[in-house]
Design a protein around this ligand. Structure first.
Ligand SMILES: CCCCC[C@H](O)/C=C/[C@H]1[C@@H](SC[C@H](NC(=O)CC[C@H](N)C(=O)O)C(=O)NCC(=O)O)CC(=O)[C@@H]1C/C=C\CCCC(=O)O
Length: 149
C-alpha cells in the first residue's frame, strides 16, 4: 500500500537553500516528496509562494517559506530543537551564522564571481574554524554542535 508523504518540499534542482532541509529530513528518516519548480517558475509557481520565493514546505494545507523558518518548524515539530532555551539559542546562533556565510557566498557568485571567488575561498578556513570550534566543545566533536539529537 502506498502511504502519502507527510511533507512536500518545493525547490529548484540544486542544493542551494533546499539542501539543509533535505539533510534534516533524510538524517531523521522523515518521509517527504519533492517538487521541482524550475519549469514554469515565473508563471506557475512564483505567484503561489507566500513571499514569492522557494524553498517552500507543504505540511498538508500548511505552507511555509524561508529556509530557516522551515528548519525551525521541522525541528520543533520533531523534537530536534534543543532541550532548553539555552540549547535553542545556540542552535539559532549557528543557523544564523551559517546564513551570514551563505549570504556572502550568494552575493559573490551572483555579483562578483571573477574577482570575488579567490578572496572568499581565502577567508573560508577562518570562517569554518569558528564552527569547528563550537563542534569540538560538545562531546569532543563526536556528535553535534549542540545537544545530542
Ligand atoms: C537549475 C535551476 C537553477 C535555478 C536557480 C535559482 O534561480 C536560484 C536559486 C538560488 C537561491 S534560492 C531560490 C530563491 N529563494 C531565495 O532566495 C529565498 C531566500 C530566503 N531568505 C530563504 O528561504 O532562506 C528564489 O526563490 N529565487 C527565485 C526568485 O524569483 O526570487 C539562493 C541559492 O542558494 C540558490 C542557488 C545558488 C547556488 C546554486 C549552487 C549549486 C548548488 O548548490 O547545487
Amino acid at each position: 500500500m502506498h502511504t502519502m508523504s507527510t511533507y512536500k518540499l518545493v525547490y529548484f534542482p540544486v542544493r542551494g537553500r533546499g539542501e539543509s532541509i533535505r539533510l534534516l529530513l533524510k538524517d531523521n528518516k522523515i518521509d517527504y516528496e519533492e517538487e521541482n519548480c524550475r519549469d514554469g517558475w515565473v508563471e506557475k509557481y512564483k505567484p503561489q509562494m507566500p513571499l514569492g520565493q522557494v524553498p517552500l514546505l507543504c505540511d498538508g494545507d500548511y505552507k511555509l517559506s524561508q529556509s530557516c523558518a522551515i528548519l525551525r518548524y521541522l525541528a520543533r515539530k520533531h523534537d530536534l530543537y534543543g532541550s532548553d532555551v539555552k540549547e535553542q539559542g545556540l542552535m539559532d546562533m549557528i543557523c544564523d551564522g551559517s546564513e551570514d556565510l551563505r549570504s556572502k557566498y550568494q552575493t559573490m557568485i551572483y555579483t562578483n564571481y571573477e574577482n570575488g571567488k579567490q578572496p572568499y575561498i581565502a577567508k573560508l578556513p577562518a570562517e569554518l574554524e569558528k564552527f569547528e570550534k563550537l563542534l569540538s566543545k560538545n562531546n569532543g566533536g563526536q556528535t553535534y554542535m549542540v545537544g545530542d539529537k
